[in-house]
Design a protein around this ligand. Structure first.
Ligand SMILES: Cc1cc2nc3c(=O)[nH]c(=O)nc-3n(C[C@H](O)[C@H](O)[C@H](O)COP(=O)(O)OP(=O)(O)OC[C@H]3O[C@@H](n4cnc5c(N)ncnc54)[C@H](O)[C@@H]3O)c2cc1C
Length: 379
């Protein structure tokens, strides 16, 4: 963080929460990183431990098992994970919880939110398909109503938390004949022991090796009709658009925290490393480049904090959240790339955190709506 600037949404309660989260990540999650990378997913014990200290669903009301905080608490979790370079799917857990909180029935909230908050059940959001990513209206997965059940068929790809997902918020066509977005619905699928449901091996990614991103397959899967999210079929596309601000804000929080950490790490590195008989920091180009990175990360921080404050007040415009997602993730990659350059060859060695950061952050410009789509929305 910055010595002279503290986010205006920080309160004593948020400061104490940050201390707890930072300590937990250092003690419990960081030491497990090499195992997660080998196995390509986090372990079940980490989820329940995270639930035990209040790291999961911190912005969900206490009556549903959450922390009873605001998005400030969620932002703290995302920032601390990003600073530590730990990719743990807690923010996807929060995104799924938000779908349930905003659009679910009272029964849905009581059935799933407390277990998600305790880390007993891991959530995933499954929209993308092999032939439909940006253009979600083109999804092919279907849910056919049969009496008191829906019968699900189709496949999803690139699903974060997919390997361990006990609850999938699934985008399907309930009316394949309906034009545009009207035939799409979201269905909450509890996966344990579910006949016809199958998960593919975690996909091999460029970065974020400790996090599971998988294909999911549904072959005549039967779920109760009460699993439909919302009061009626055909609302799914609008629910997804409605939730995008939350998702894009979460991505933006990670972007700024990553930029700040990259600048910190690089500042230290160029003070320690010498070339031509003096520390790299004494080269004018190094100082200029770092000054640019620092300025970008600070401008990004102030913009982000404004977005967070607006969100907490219920006033974050979807266009502003699209601006934040596009601009902050573009700056994030540019900053981290510049920091790799200032590290020289060591910046390309995986044992240096900046190298991992570079590989890990590239996807931020692609998911949660590719940046080109967010610009279309702004335009
Ligand atoms: C690590 C990772 C995690 C993910 N997690 C999830 C998840 O948990 N759940 C989930 O549902 N999905 C997830 N995704 C999928 C992600 O949301 C999609 O990859 C993304 O929406 C882009 O879709 P696509 O890959 O099909 O690309 P396409 O839709 O084929 O687009 C390819 C490119 O074309 C351009 N483009 C597309 N449309 C437009 C347009 N209208 N205007 C201008 N340019 C355009 C953009 O440059 C875009 O990047 C994840 C992906 C990755 C890589």
């Amino acid at each position: 963080m910055n010595l002279t600037y503290e986010s205006p949404w920080t309160s004593d309660d948020v400061r104490i929460f940050r201390k707890t989260i930072r300590h937990f990540i250092q003690e419990e999650l960081t030491p497990r990183q090499s195992r997660w990378r080998e196995e390509q997913h986090a372990d079940a014990e980490s989820w329940t431990k995270a639930g035990g200290i209040g790291m999961l669903l911190p912005d969900v009301p206490q009556e549903y098992g959450g922390g009873g905080g605001s998005f400030a608490h969620e932002a703290v979790v995302i920032e601390e994970l990003a600073r530590a370079g730990v990719h743990f799917g807690s923010s996807v857990q929060s995104i799924v919880a938000r779908y349930i909180l905003v659009h679910g029935s009272e029964e849905h909230k009581r059935q799933w939110l407390p277990r998600m908050a305790r880390g007993e059940i891991v959530g995933a959001i499954a929209m993308t398909e092999p032939a439909a990513g940006s253009d979600l209206q083109g999804i092919l997965a279907t849910a056919r109503r049969e009496g008191d059940h829906y019968v699900l068929n189709g496949s999803k790809t690139f699903i974060t938390n997919g390997w361990q997902a006990g609850l999938v918020c699934l985008a399907v066509k309930t009316d394949p004949k309906a034009a545009g977005p009207k035939g799409i619905s979201l269905i909450l699928v509890e996966t344990k022991g579910l006949a016809g449901y199958r998960v593919g091996r975690p996909l091999e990614k460029v970065g974020r090796h400790g996090q599971d991103v998988c294909e999911l397959f549904f072959d005549d899967v039967r779920v109760p009709a009460s699993s439909l999210l919302g009061p009626a079929e055909g609302k799914g596309f609008f629910q997804m658009m409605d939730n995008l601000s939350y998702e894009r804000l979460s991505v933006s929080v990670a972007a700024v925290a990553t930029m700040e950490r990259a600048v910190e790490l690089t500042t230290q590195y160029v003070k320690d490393r010498t070339a031509f008989g003096k520390p790299l920091i004494e080269l004018q180009n190094t100082r200029m480049k770092l000054a640019e990175c620092k300025t970008d990360s600070h401008v990004g921080r102030v913009f982000l904090d404004d977005c967070i404050e607006r969100f907490i007040k219920g006033q974050l415009d979807p266009v502003i959240s699209a601006m934040a997602k596009y601009w902050l993730t573009d700056r994030e990659f540019r900053t981290v790339d510049e920091c790799v350059q200032l590290h020289g060859g060591y910046g390309y060695m995986i044992e240096y955190p900046i190298a991992r950061m570079w590989a890990d952050c590239r996807v931020q410009r692609i998911y949660a709506g590719a940046n080109e789509l967010t610009k279309e929305m702004i335009a």
